[in-house]
Design a protein around this ligand. Structure first.
Ligand code: IVH
Length: 690
């Protein structure tokens, strides 16, 4: 990353020359690894911090040798033998609101486009008469490496076709990246070949594109942000050029911005306020996007405006990068906590040295499973990468860099820490079959907003109720009295310590009221709250919709269950078994007076439901509603909610989120009408308030 990216960062200069030189050497080594290999020696935060200190020092001592780290587009990057007639530049960085305003001012009223800044590898691809004939990395900006063979390798790269639908000659520039799902697949494939996992999606893209021989699959995607060629040079607007690229089957960054963030989000802006609003919106949704981004790029839309502003040697003056806080960081593994999830599955949590990810300090991250941890030879003291990608909780993705000596590989204990019974290790995900061990997880899951929505039943209270032997299964909740709960002593985190206190009458009264209110939750949620293996919220809804009542569901055989779309024989078997073992609990739930049938409209109301008989798919996030609430809202309008778009779908509701892309493509393919999420919210509000 060149100094131009550093904006006005106030970093501490190195006081001594030898420290400066050491930092330059470390940075060049890490940067070379970053650009040329799949090794990760330094995380982005550490890299940027070091570079800022080098820049600050160099400012005071211009004669000290920075070995090009401050003046090159990509320090340490291998310059190959493909010449870039138009150099592949870097981007200046804007970090503050004022700098965003100054950038917009500089454009003097020209339209600004805000695009996702993909965190992958910059690639230039040349087409001749519709055939991809050349692909090259950025390299040092003027010479890159030839990666044509890698790009054309079996399977290719999504969004960068080997052959176009028409004989176009020209070039596209863009970023090759891995989606969250592809990153997971790539690591699974790599591990099964006995290799260490990739630390970040970027490492995966960069390492893979450089490898001549690949023995495992790494699925990748491309997003274009520039095009040149005869017909393109006549189009002044960047967005219009991108629209033409799209018609040739090339994926474009600007469309991903629209599609993945909000179909209604205007990424072409004219004011600073509008630009800031789009940046803020993208920043908020970033953790849940399936594509890896490290910021946004703000750029002039018009070529005339771009030519007027021109370029420096390192970066154009018509574009700038606004970087978000890094979504990954390296830390040290200090312990692995073993727990039991709501369906009895072993859960592993890494306790790590505090580190900043996505702007917050984290000390815990999830880990895959036993075989993964042992396969990666992780142990206390291992240096690990944690990444927040498409999920709320960061995950340990890989061991990184050189591992310190003396790390003892972690070995799981053969028995569950709660009940001391041996784990069931017949599957990759180990399980504990003692119901009490998963009970606390199950109770807190059942109490969560999208299931029974019982306020105040968090982990501490649930643990106390289980420890006091007041709750042995979910049905026991409904028998609890205020007196019983009030007397229970629980351990509470307070000011970094744990303190013991009675739950007390006020909390107990609220909890009992919450539990009583939960009885009226829809049947689907009660089914979900049973914690049967392989049934989450969606399956709960399918079962409720299909069988209509708890009685009918209990009477269902394996075949009845398997007759539901998307429930295969294995799932049907497992649900059947789960229902059988929950039989006594179900009896007591019915006796407690929970909802046992799906909500039926009152007589005369049926006709007025707008979506009776319609199959609806919801994709992306619906404003003001959780996923579960949105599905319930659609059901309230009379619809049957399905998870995937097919010829039988009647309507697709489109909210914000990257998952919308493939569903929108399917909707188009089957000519299924779509409705913006906002319109759905309005229709729902109108209908239920009538
Ligand atoms: S515009 C400099 N748009 O960011 C030439 N760049 O430091 C104009 N990048 O490696 C670049 N997403 O590959 C542009 N939507 C986007 C981008 C983007 C990612 C990368 C680019 C380059 C780096 C610039």
């Amino acid at each position: 990353m060149p100094a131009a990216l550093l904006g006005g960062t106030a970093a501490t200069p190195f006081p001594h020359r030898d420290e400066f030189e050491e930092a330059v050497t470390a940075l060049v080594t890490a940067s070379a690894a970053y650009h040329n290999t799949d090794d990760a020696l330094m995380d982005d935060g550490e890299h940027d911090h070091l570079l800022a200190r080098i820049a600050a020092t160099h400012h005071l001592h211009p004669d000290w040798d920075d070995h090009g780290v401050l003046t090159s587009v990509a320090p340490g990057a291998a310059a190959g033998d493909v010449h870039h007639p138009t150099p592949m530049l870097s981007l200046d960085k804007v970090t503050t609101d004022d700098q965003v305003a100054a950038f917009v001012d500089r454009l003097g009223g020209a339209d600004v486009v805000v695009e996702l800044k993909f965190d992958g590898l910059a690639v230039r691809a040349g087409y001749k008469r519709g055939q991809l004939v050349l692909a090259a990395t950025r390299g040092d900006g003027t010479h890159g490496e030839n990666i044509t063979a890698q790009v054309l390798r079996r399977g290719g790269i999504r969004g960068l076709p080997a052959a176009l639908p028409r004989p176009w000659t020209g070039e596209v520039r863009g970023e090759v990246f891995l989606t969250g799902a592809d990153f997971a697949t790539a690591n699974t494939n790599r591990i099964s070949h006995g290799k260490a996992a990739f630390a970040t999606p970027r490492n995966a893209a960069s390492g893979t594109l450089r490898k001549q021989h690949l023995h495992y699959e790494v699925p990748m995607s491309f997003a274009a942000y520039a095009a040149a060629g005869a017909e393109f040079d006549a189009i002044d607007s960047h967005l219009e050029r991108m629209a033409v690229l799209k018609t040739m089957g090339i994926q474009v960054a600007s469309a991903l911005t629209v599609g993945s963030v909000d179909p209604g989000l205007r990424i072409r802006c004219t004011t600073t306020e509008a630009v800031r609003a789009v940046i803020a919106e993208i920043g908020e949704r970033r953790a849940f996007m399936s594509v890896p981004i490290d910021g946004v790029v703000i750029k002039a839309d018009s070529r005339a405006a771009r030519l007027r502003l021109g370029s420096g040697t390192l970066a154009p003056r018509w574009a700038a990068a606004y970087k978000f806080a890094p979504d990954h960081a390296f830390s040290v593994l200090r312990a692995i906590e073993v727990g039991v999830g709501r369906t009895g599955r072993m859960s592993l949590t890494a306790v790590i040295d505090p580190v900043a990810v996505d702007g917050t300090t984290i000390t815990r991250a999830s880990l895959h499973h036993v075989a993964w941890v042992t396969g990666q030879h992780l142990g206390v003291g291992s240096k690990v990468a944690v990444v927040r990608a498409g999920e709320v909780i960061p995950r340990v993705t890989a061991a990184v860099g050189e591992q310190p000596e003396g790390v003892l590989p972690w070995q799981p204990l053969p028995a569950c820490p709660k009940c001391d019974q041996p784990w069931d290790t017949t599957q990759q995900l180990w399980r504990c079959s003692t119901p009490a061990c998963s009970l606390v997880s199950l109770l807190t899951y059942a109490a969560s907003r999208d299931v029974l929505d019982i306020d105040g039943l968090g982990e501490e209270i649930a643990t106390a109720l289980v420890d006091a032997d007041l709750v042995r299964d979910p049905a026991d909740l409904y028998d609890l009295t205020v007196e019983q709960i009030a007397a229970v002593v629980y351990s509470r985190a307070a000011g970094g310590e744990r303190a013991s206190r009675r739950i007390g009458e006020a909390t107990a009264t609220k909890l009992v009221a919450g539990i009583a209110a939960a009885k009226a939750q829809p049947l689907a949620r009660h089914i979900t709250s049973l914690g049967i293996r392989m049934t989450g919220r969606s399956v709960g809804r399918w079962l409720a919709a299909h069988f209509g009542s708890l009685e009918a569901l209990r009477a269902a055989g394996v075949e009845d269950l398997a007759s539901i779309d998307r429930i295969g024989p294995a799932k049907a078997e497992s649900i059947h078994e789960g229902l059988r073992s929950a039989s006594a609990v179900i009896d007591r739930l019915i006796a407690a007076g929970i909802t046992t049938e799906i909500e039926k409209p009152e007589a005369g109301e049926e006709v007025s439901l707008p979506w009776t008989g319609k199959t609806v798919v919801i994709t992306g996030s619906v404003p003001g509603m959780s996923r579960g609430q949105a599905q319930e809202a659609a059901v309230r309008l009379g619809a049957t909610v399905s998870g995937s778009v097919s010829a039988r779908t009647d309507l697709v509701i489109v909210g914000a989120g990257t998952s919308t892309r493939s569903k929108l493509a399917k909707a188009e393919q089957h000519q299924v009408p779509t409705m913006p999420a906002e319109a759905f919210v309005a229709l729902h509000a109108d209908t239920v308030n009538r």
